[in-house]
Design a protein around this ligand. Structure first.
Ligand code: 13P
Ligand code: 13P
Ligand code: MG
Ligand code: MG
Length: 364
């Protein structure tokens, strides 16, 4: 059997209304495009989380394939035309270039891909978040693949007991390093505890060497003096048989962690797990949200989805996220609700500094 590639590619090409959701006509346009032009795909599923369109695709062309990336790019361009016609908010927001140039990475859209030999049974989870950044996956990926309090399989499953390798990327210096866990866990945490700069790109089984998880972490582009490309991320996790059980992969989201994003991409907030029917962030353009769709892959076909966070057992997580939101919102423009100066997506600081320049006096 040829290997299967699972490619999840996402972009925000216009919000409906504001940054809260995607207009159905855009989703229809994208589906039509993939049906017509993507005949080489084995299967696809199109959805959205908040204002981000998500293309979940299977094929046999491998990762970083030009044809697959171009298909996604062209689908987003077609949807952008509709977004412009409807005057949706930020039409074409994530298409940073005028023309496709061979690989969609670094051009705005987010990409998480993996190629693997389909196992006897191949359960996967596609995690998709809005109003946050790729570093948001560091905490849950650490818990899934390195924390025995989350994943008892690390202790009691002989096919997981050797642990996992984490490929971590430095988004500023464009370097990568692989940590072998559990023994290098403390070294790794020095880095991935700073998710604004160091992001888990992929996780591999140390028993089989197989890929277990892949995220949309990618190098940032320095454009007009600012780093761009840290956008609403996706992550794919394979489950069971030597990998975390589905429930072990979902468990980290039962206690919302704080992520950067939310209003104007400039605030910390809790990552709220929610169902497809609850995935349109509104309060203060948030709080940041994550959806988990499960699929069984069968001869490359996507059997599903299963909307995991529709489960009422995540109600407490949502309640905690709402309490945390109330608290953080009460801090208003103060850190740590507002991001530190370095990480703000919007800032008036240079203007204010210029105006005050004559009034800035040395302290004696
Ligand atoms: P089953 O015994 O239902 O297959 O479950 C095994 C498992 O991995 C549960 O997490
Ligand atoms: P998106 O990154 O989801 O477009 O949100 C941007 C924003 O400014 C929300 O307030
Ligand atoms: Mg938007
Ligand atoms: Mg978004």
């Amino acid at each position: 059997m040829p290997k299967v590639t699972l490619s999840v590619i996402k972009a925000d090409v216009g919000g409906f209304v504001g940054h809260s959701s995607v207009h159905p006509e855009l989703l229809e346009t994208v589906r039509e495009h993939l049906t017509k032009e993507g005949t080489f795909l084995t299967d696809f599923y199109v959805t959205h989380v908040g204002d981000d369109i998500e293309l979940i695709m299977t094929h046999e062309k491998g990762v970083d394939n030009e044809e697959v990336h171009k298909l996604a790019w062209d689908a987003f361009v077609a949807a952008t035309d509709v977004a412009k016609k409807l005057k949706l908010y930020g039409a074409g927001q994530d298409l940073l270039s005028d023309a496709f140039s061979g690989n969609i990475k670094g051009m705005g859209p987010g990409v998480a891909e993996m190629e693997f030999e389909e196992r006897r049974s191949e359960p996967v989870i596609v995690f998709m978040a809005d109003k946050t950044e790729p570093g948001a996956w560091n905490f849950p990926l650490f818990k899934m693949f390195a924390d025995p309090f989350n994943t008892p399989g690390l202790v009691i499953d002989p096919s997981m007991h050797k642990g996992f390798d984490f490929e971590v990327h430095d988004l500023i210096d464009n370097k990568k390093v692989t940590f072998h866990c559990p023994e290098e866990m403390y070294d790794m945490l020095v880095f991935i505890g700073a998710p604004g700069r160091y992001c888990v790109r992929a996780v591999f089984s140390r028993t089989t060497g197989e890929i277990a998880a892949s995220s949309s972490t990618q190098r940032l582009n320095l454009m007009a003096g600012r780093y761009v490309g840290k956008d609403d991320p996706v992550c794919v996790v394979r489950c069971q048989s030597g990998l975390p059980a589905v429930g072990e992969a979902l468990e980290p989201f039962a206690r919302p962690h704080l992520v950067a994003g939310w209003m104007r991409g400039s605030h910390h907030g809790p990552l709220m797990p929610c169902s497809m029917t609850q995935c349109n962030p509104t309060r203060f353009d948030g709080p940041p949200r994550v959806v988990a769709l499960g699929f069984q892959i069968s001869s490359g076909k996507l059997i599903g989805p299963q909307d995991f966070f529709a489960d009422p057992s995540y109600d407490n997580a949502r309640m905690i996220a709402n309490h945390l939101s109330d608290y953080l919102r009460s801090l208003g423009p103060f850190e740590p609700h507002r991001l530190g100066l370095e990480d703000l997506e919007y800032t008036t600081m240079p203007d204010v500094m210029k105006r005050l320049s004559g009034r800035l006096l040395p302290i004696d």
